[in-house]
Design a binder for this molecule. Structure first.
Ligand code: PRP
Ligand code: ZN
Length: 299
């Protein structure tokens, strides 16, 4: 009964996406309590509960309508889609939106001593991965015949254990590869986090919360890069200054009390404001420059 009224979102239990996922939900206003090893958090101020699961399980939980929403990498989404297609089926979860975190790539990596001379060096080799379907497509597209060794984890140690000659795994900072004496040689897939939803139509109240959440996510994403910039400038320099303001729509121009020809310019910049930009603005005649972070934004 309760389940009918509260939204449930699945996120990665422990991994690259966990902290960013929780941070995004917190920035969307969600207050929750999480006990040690707890698999579920109860949203205290929204009818939204967070379920902590293995990322590979997220697409299934969402398409089987156990969870309404899921935050998961495109790598997992793509693997699931291809796996379903290989069995003659079709993924039933819907991708709503890409999110600007969790960027990484699925790459082929070889042991340090492996002599790599282009993709043909992969022919007839054993490649360990947890992404057999994405890897199979890549090999097919490049006309390479190789053996795929499907593992459920710890792919990076497969070559040392003699289970495979090389691997196909996610690379983010690259430190896992380095620690295991492997080097990246080819990119199979670019990935970042995305939001997926159940194929089932939601009752009005839940659908409304999903809409609100999406708007807030949009706001959070814009705010990340946005800055509020204030400066003084002679009116004659306005044209040049407007050109220099990064990603801002029509700025507000305010006359300064007793300032003569000088005006104050206020603008929201939808890009990061770098020192170089401030220096250019100053060179164009601006003074009293101030850059402030933007806390919230609702278009
Ligand atoms: C991935 C991957 C590597 C690690 C690479 O794990 O399996 O272990 O990230 O990151 P690095 O290049 O920064 O070292 P992920 O967090 O996706 O968890 P999972 O593979 O266990 O689901
Ligand atoms: Zn995983």
């Amino acid at each position: 009964m309760e389940r009918q009224q509260r939204l449930r979102i699945a996120i990665q239990k422990s991994g690259r996406l966990t902290d960013h996922s929780l941070d995004l939900l917190a920035r969307c206003g969600l207050k929750y309590s999480r006990g040690k090893d707890q698999l579920m958090c109860y949203g205290e101020n929204m009818p939204l509960d967070v379920l902590f699961v293995r990322d590979d399980d997220i697409p299934d939980l969402v398409q089987e309508d156990v969870c309404d929403l899921g935050l998961v990498g495109l790598n997992v989404i793509e693997e699931k889609r291809l796996a379903m297609a290989a069995r003659g089926g079709q993924a039933r979860f819907e991708m709503i939106q890409r999110l600007d975190f969790g960027r990484c790539r699925l790459s082929i990596a070889v042991p340090d001593e492996f002599v790599y001379d282009g993709l043909r060096s992969l022919a007839a080799r054993r490649i360990a991965t947890t992404y057999p379907n994405v890897l199979a497509r890549f090999l097919r597209e490049n006309s390479i015949e190789a053996e795929i060794v499907t593992l459920s984890g710890a792919v990076e140690i497969a070559p040392r254990l003699g289970r495979a000659d090389l691997i196909c795994d996610l690379v983010s900072t690259g430190s896992t590869l380095t620690a295991n004496h492997l080097r990246e040689v080819a990119t199979v897939l670019q990935s970042e986090a995305a939001l997926i939803r159940t194929p089932v139509a939601l009752p009005d109240e839940k659908a409304d919360w999903v809409r609100r959440l999406l708007l807030r996510i949009d706001g959070v994403q814009q705010v990340r890069e946005s800055k509020y910039i204030m400066l003084h400038a002679p009116r004659s320099a306005l044209g040049r200054i407007k050109q220099l303001l990064p990603g801002s729509e029509s700025p507000t121009v305010i006359p300064l009390d007793g300032g003569g020809d000088k005006v104050a310019v206020h603008a929201v910049c939808r890009e990061n404001v770098f020192w170089e930009t401030l220096e250019s603005l100053k060179a164009a005649g601006a003074s009293a420059l101030l850059v402030l972070p933007v806390e919230k934004m609702l278009p």
